[in-house]
Design a protein around this ligand. Structure first.
Ligand code: MLT
Length: 231
């Protein structure tokens, strides 16, 4: 488990990478794909997202920076914008402060999948079937560590450990963090800086939404430039 700042130290080509941005990018991506979005195209920059406007009317354009919807875009990064009535059958182009950046930095991985509490067990069960090294990339906040992404990595490790995985020190630390918080994850994460940021923006309902466990079974996987449902 590592933050994007440490990614250059790893040869991502050797790993299945799980991208984690609990508040809120990867939770919203999982929810959107679960709800029938045809694809979600993650892009790093707001300008790249805007450029899709010229490519036709078939795209929904979603852009978030610092927790807020960027002016002029259809929506941002709230899971409530990724309901079936809004995204089913549609392709969403998405840029976020940290989540899509982490994805971009990991693009040379063997495979990239998306994790969140929403698809925790489905993701863990699928990982168990893969005979590959796994790297959990915690998007964090602007290259810095955050609690929620690492705690989630620890929740995945909780489901995998014992299954002949060798856990390195970051994985052990993430799992220890999960042990500390697991009895009341929402209470434990209530002190997080991004949680505070979202509360100030009046969107604490998004936090509660992103902490729901196993309400989805879809695993988004990157195919070319698109995140689609893993078959
Ligand atoms: C991000 O990618 O930085 C986040 O998901 C921020 C957010 O929308 O809360």
């Amino acid at each position: 488990c590592l933050t994007p700042a440490l990614l250059p130290l790893y040869k991502v080509e050797d790993y299945i990478v799980v991208i984690i941005d609990i508040f809120r990018a990867t939770s919203s991506i999982c929810y959107g794909i679960e709800n029938g979005a045809q694809a979600i195209i993650p892009v790093s920059e707001v300008e790249e997202c805007a450029a899709y406007r010229e490519k036709g009317l078939n795209y929904l354009l979603a852009a978030e920076r610092n927790g807020e919807v960027v002016a002029g875009f259809d929506f941002g990064n709230s899971p409530f914008a990724y309901t079936a009535d809004k995204v089913a059958g549609k392709t969403v182009v998405l840029t976020t402060t940290n989540g899509t950046h982490a994805l971009h930095l990991s693009r040379n991985a063997k495979k990239i999948v998306i994790g969140s509490f929403l698809n925790l067990t489905a993701l863990s069960n699928w990982l168990k079937t893969q005979e590959e090294n796994i790297l959990m990339v915690c998007a964090g906040w602007k290259n810095n560590f955050n609690l929620e992404d690492t705690l989630f990595a620890g929740a995945v490790i909780e489901q995998l450990k014992g299954d002949c995985y060798v856990l390195d020190d970051p994985a052990l630390a993430a799992n220890d963090l999960f042990q500390i918080g697991k009895n009341d994850i929402s209470q434990y994460l209530s002190k997080t800086s991004h949680g505070e940021r979202l509360k100030k923006l009046g969107i604490e309902q998004d936090i509660a939404f992103c902490l729901q466990v196993d309400i989805a079974t879809a695993i988004p996987v990157l195919e070319g430039e698109k995140l689609v449902k893993l078959a």
